[in-house]
Write a protein that binds this ligand. Structure first.
Ligand code: SF4
Length: 316
């Protein structure tokens, strides 16, 4: 596959440009909704305490947690996005916890309610989950929305190494991840893979292998990259305060991105280069910059080094 990046302004396929192209320049915005799902790695069916880095409050807007119904969450989210960002179309994004953790009938009820809130304005459904909470029946339910909406499933790989997955109490093996990815082969659903870089014990070479792993699967359309950050309320936060360990500096993490972007299959769209929690929850690393300035720093460095997504893909 040739290294062609459709976005002329950046050296990588970024989500903002992808959305503009896909929706003919309309402003499309994700509305986060919280259906009150739990997570099998928190409620005891797979494990207690969750992944060691997880504190759901660190990635869930306070407002959506307090809203009483999915209909209201969608309508208020749309109103906010229209006022603040002049958004025109919307993707309903089931984000907090594990949004396929329930019976198919219950899942359908939740998705239907949210999508019915503004059918003329909603163009997509995005569902965040973990590999062991997917099966062919759930995927068939999600596929049933594909005739009228763009549907993507966001699934955490996090690490591709079982030793790391055990260390972070993921409660799920890499083999289970690969099995779930296989279920999406030939599906109209776009798969988005969530990864975390910087787990203790993993070298840069090991992290670059994540990219080769994801490149193998044409059903993977999007990726979200994150650096490991430690938040209050997580098990890792308790450990880190007692025994701090090295975390990426902004410069080191940007350097990693500059190494992995050329390896990434050129058609994959990068939804996110990094993720960071609110400052009041963040223990480390503190890069001292707001999100937009971090993004600018990374984009500037990627541009300065003339990094092109997929430039080294054919060599893999
Ligand atoms: S990170 Fe996701 S899968 Fe892990 S405990 Fe938190 S909600 Fe569950």
């Amino acid at each position: 596959m040739k290294a062609i990046v459709s976005n002329e302004r950046k050296g990588y396929n970024n989500y903002g440009t992808f959305l503009k192209d896909k929706y003919n320049g309309q402003k499309v915005y994700k509305i986060i909704v919280d259906a009150g799902f739990s997570c099998p790695n928190r409620d005891g069916s797979k494990g207690f305490g969750g992944c060691t880095y997880c504190n759901t409050d660190s990635f869930t807007p306070e407002l959506s947690r307090k809203l009483p119904s999915l209909t209201q969450q969608v309508l208020q989210g749309i109103e906010r996005a229209q006022k603040s960002y002049k958004a025109e179309r919307f993707i309903v994004y089931f984000q907090p916890n594990t949004n396929t953790y329930g019976s198919v009938a219950y899942l359908k009820k939740c998705y239907d309610e949210a999508l019915a809130a503004a059918p003329d304005l909603i163009v997509g459904l995005s569902v965040g989950t973990r590999p062991d909470c997917l099966d062919p029946e759930t995927i068939a339910l999600l596929e049933s929305y594909c005739d009228r909406l763009n549907v993507d499933v966001e699934m955490g790989m996090e690490s591709m190494y079982d030793a790391t997955l055990q260390q972070i109490n993921r409660g799920c093996s890499h083999q289970e991840f690969l099995q779930a990815v296989e279920w999406f082969a030939d599906s109209p659903i776009d798969l988005c893979i969530h990864t975390v870089f910087g787990f203790p014990g993993e070298t840069v070479e090991m992290m670059l292998q994540y990219i080769h792993e994801m490149n193998q699967f044409p059903q993977i359309k999007f990726v979200k990259f994150h650096h490991l950050h430690i938040v209050e309320g997580s098990i890792l936060g308790v450990h880190y305060k007692r025994n701090p360990f090295p975390l990426f500096t902004l410069e080191e993490y940007t350097d990693l991105l500059c190494q992995l972007i050329p390896l990434l299959r050129p058609d994959i769209v990068i939804q996110r280069l990094f993720g960071i929690s609110d400052w009041d929850l963040l223990i480390a690393p503190h890069w001292g910059l707001k999100k937009t300035l971090i993004q600018n720093f990374m984009d500037k460095e990627i541009s300065r080094r003339a990094i092109v997504q997929g430039a080294l893909y054919s060599l893999v």
